[in-house]
Design a binder for this molecule. Structure first.
Ligand code: HEC
Ligand code: HEC
Ligand code: HEC
Ligand code: HEC
Length: 160
């Protein structure tokens, strides 16, 4: 083979190899900010103040495991989830943007209530916070307590 031809072939092989190795960099799974402003766009309007959810801190400092919040289509915890994996947003399955309670929720099964996004959020966040406070002898108002009251999580009305 002549030398020029070899050079061109090696160049193409080089580029092909580089592209193959670049793919995982381009598809680095689902990104997640360290602190998530819980302002899901599926809601046409937020009645309550926007919750700031310290996603990274919950994992790193509060030692919550991925599977304590993320699960599959059967509700089975995704304990082997890693940073960089493809992760579905809760809204994918708990797809009714809203919060159902009181009279409107009367007669609905647990499953039907869980279709509402805010109910699923509350049912995930609150029990763990209550457990943490109880274990540490903290009241909701105490310093270092995990928020359990509406105001502690939803600090102020949107736009204020
Ligand atoms: C305390 C609960 C909690 C823990 C623990 C947690 N997550 Fe999340 N994560 C959430 C919530 C809630 C959202 C969705 C926020 C939103 O609606 O934007 C989310 C979103 C994400 C997203 C972005 C998905 C998307 O498109 O909205 C990724 C990626 C992710 N989490 C990965 C992880 C991994 C990996 C771990 C474990 C190392 C983990 N999470 C631990 C609650 C948690
Ligand atoms: C792939 C679909 C899917 C995704 C994504 C999903 N869920 Fe679920 N979730 C389910 C199913 C299915 C159940 C079980 C419902 C039932 O009990 O009938 C469930 C149950 C729950 C429950 C009730 C658990 C219990 O034992 O009482 C909570 C709370 C919840 N999800 C919160 C979340 C949160 C928070 C997220 C995002 C971090 C999320 N879900 C993402 C499908 C999903
Ligand atoms: C598995 C347990 C667990 C779950 C689930 C959980 N949290 Fe927490 N969260 C904690 C603990 C523990 C603390 C308090 C730790 C401390 O103050 O030392 C905390 C503190 C907080 C705080 C106040 C301090 C801070 O870091 O901002 C906010 C706000 C918060 N959580 C929001 C949420 C929201 C929103 C969800 C649901 C999407 C959620 N948490 C789900 C364990 C949990
Ligand atoms: C542990 C934190 C936490 C507590 C405590 C909490 N919420 Fe929420 N709430 C959330 C999160 C997270 C969402 C999801 C918002 C989003 O993703 O857009 C939400 C959503 C909502 C929504 C639907 C969105 C909106 O703004 O209209 C309503 C209504 C709501 N909460 C009312 C309440 C009320 C009333 C209380 C007290 C009884 C309460 N919440 C306590 C975390 C909390």
């Amino acid at each position: 083979m002549d030398k020029k031809f070899c050079t061109i072939i090696s160049l193409f092989v080089g580029i092909a190899v580089a592209v193959v190795f670049m793919v995982p960099c381009l598809y680095a799974g689902t990104e997640v900010p360290d602190v998530i402003k819980m302002e899901h766009k599926a809601y046409t309007k937020h009645k309550k103040g926007i919750v700031e959810f310290a996603h990274k801190k919950h994992v790193k400092e509060y030692k919550a495991t991925c599977g304590e919040c993320h699960h599959d289509k059967d509700g089975k915890p995704l304990e082997n989830l890693k940073a960089g994996d493809d992760v579905q947003n809760c809204m994918k399955c708990h797809k009714k943007a809203g919060y159902i309670k009181g009279k409107k929720a009367k007669g609905l099964s647990k499953e039907q209530k869980l279709e509402y996004h805010a109910n699923a959020m509350h049912d995930n966040c609150k029990p763990c916070h209550k457990k943490f406070n109880k274990k540490n002898g903290l009241k909701s108002k105490d310093k270092g307590a995990a928020p359990t009251t509406c105001k502690a999580c939803h600090p102020k009305a949107p736009g204020k």
